[in-house]
Design a protein around this ligand. Sequence first.
Ligand code: ZN
Length: 327
Amino acid sequence: MIKSELKKNMEFYINNYDKTTLDLKTENIVNKDKMFIGNKNKRKCRFCGKEKGETTFKKIAHAIPELVGNKILISFEECDDCNQIFSKLENELANYLSFERSTIGIRGKTGIPIYKNKKGLRIEHDKENKNKFTIQDWDNSGNVIEDITDSSITIKGERNPYIPIAVYKCFVKMALSIMPNCYLPYFWETFDWIREENHSLTENMPLKMFEQFIPGPKPFIDIEMILAIRKCTSKEKSPFGIFLICIGNICYQVYLPFAGPDTDDDGQRENLKFLTLPSKYTLEIPEDDIHSIPKDFSSSERVKGEKTNITYSYDEKVDATKELKNE
Ligand SMILES: [Zn+2]
C-alpha cells in the first residue's frame, strides 16, 4: 500500500469516527495492572443478557483471549455459558495464529507455543530469555530460505486448520467485550451472531479483514486496540463499528457485522466502504514495507494447509554449530 493512500485513510477515520483506545500490558505485570469490566457484585452477561440466578459466573472470563497475551483484563459481564461458546471461537483463533504465535513470540496461558511441521521444522522460544528462540530444520527441506543479498531468512510454515468465520467472530467478540456501554444497544444482532454456533447467519457484506504487518523486533509489546464507531454526523456509507487489535508485529482489523445503523430502511445492508485503519506505526515505516492484506473470513468451511511465512532480517551471522554440539 502506498503511504499517501494510508494518510487519506487516516483523515477519513479522524473525520468520520469516534475512537476508543485500550492498551494491555503483557510483560512485567504486577497486581495493580489488572483491569475489570463490569461490577463483580452485580453480575449481568452483556452477551446473552442473563443475570446471576438465571446463569452462572463461576469461570474467570478474559475479555481478550489469553492466547494473544492478555493476562490483565477480566470481564465480569461474561457468563459461563457464553464463555463456553467463546472458548470454541478462541480455539479457532489459536489455530489461525499457530504459526505467528511461535514466530513472533506471543505468550499465552502456557507460554509461547512450539511450532512443528511434518517436514521437520521446529521453532521454540527460550524459556529463560524471551528474545531468544531456536529454529530447527533439515538441510534443503525448503522450510527456511536464506537470502544473502539482503541478509534475511524466510521461514515457511502452515496454519493449523481453522474455520474463518469463527476466527472473525472471535475478533468481534473482543470488540464487544471492551465496548463502552453506550454503544451496546446498536449491536444486539451482532451479539446473537457471535453466539450462534452453527455459523448459519450470514451478512450480505463479506467478512473482510485487513492484516497489517509492521516490521521490526516486536513493535507492539503491549496489546493495542482501537474501537472506532462512526459519528452520527458522518454521511459515509462505511461500517458503524470497526475494531483493530495489534499484537507483536501484526494488526488485525475487522468490522462489526449486523450493526443496527448499517441497516437501511428495507432491512438491507449494502456493501460498505471498508478501509484500512493505519496502526500507529504504519505512517512511520518505509514505503516498501507497508503491507495491508485484505482477507475474506466469510466461510464456515474449515481451511486446511494454508501456507504462511515470516521473514527475519539479520545484522550478523555467527556459526553456532560448536555451541550446539556442546549441548
Ligand atoms: Zn451469557
